[in-house]
Write a protein that binds this ligand. Sequence first.
Ligand SMILES: [Zn+2]
Length: 315
Amino acid sequence: MACVEYALYMPSLEEFVGVLQKGLEDNFADVQVSVVDCPDLTKEPFTFPVKGICGKTRIVGVGGVPYLLPLVNKKKVYDLNKIAKEIKLPGAFILGAGAGPFQTLGFNSEFMPVVQTESEHKPPVNGSYFACINPKHGGCLLQKYSEKYHDFGCALLADLFASEGQPGKVIEVKAKRRTGKLNFITCMRQTLEKHYGDKPVGMGGTFILQKGKVKTHVMPPEFSSCPLNSEEELNRWLHFFEMKAPLICQTVFVSKDPGFDLRLEHTHFFSHHGEGGHYHYDTTPEVVEYLGYLSPAEFLYRIDQPEETHSFGRD
Ligand SMILES: [Zn+2]
């Protein structure tokens, strides 16, 4: 499978702090960005299989929306243990946002990969979640993947943040009460794009929606049998919901696409109250509170980039 490596621009954490603080202040009433020791991510509410998101950081773009739309390409299935080897980091801790492994599940879903991949020293741990539509009432059904399934698959498209899963210094972002139009991640991404221009920087990690609600979507269990050729047709196919805090989000974003047909930002979330899905934006600007832990990525890897592409379905 084709895999391309690209070195991202890596300013210091302190420089990122200054840039993000200023950018977020244009969009939120109360902002505090700082360098901190990564909190222990094995603890609540994260319950990840590793302590941190530091060490040999990478962003990985796998597949893409063209494998889902206009029609699904069912040959596009992937394995997170193999992806870790492709990016020269066997044993990587991987989190991110993608499509669930229909090849195992037998249906389509939103996927929240949280995986310590296999290495010589340790067996792999799958802490992933998936969200699908409950056929009984049309609501969201969030499940821990390892409760029923034992593989490390994913499918069609995934935007991943990989690291050694080590503790270390990360960027803590606190933002409360939204005063601007941009969602939490778009605000940071556009800030970085403005500041760094043609030098792409990338980040990934986790954030908690502590207060408020978000607009989210969950894909239906059946792939569309008629081609979805526009944002409007796609939106008629997706199921939209409003979901409430606390939500544990995992995010990956790149300030600028260096020419790999990337999704510039992608955020999925799970919770401990049965809700999960794809994050669009918060719907409660006056009360919303975000707390995030982010790490910049040293490298970008592009795996199985679609040859034929289009521009819709990237929201
Ligand atoms: Zn998504």
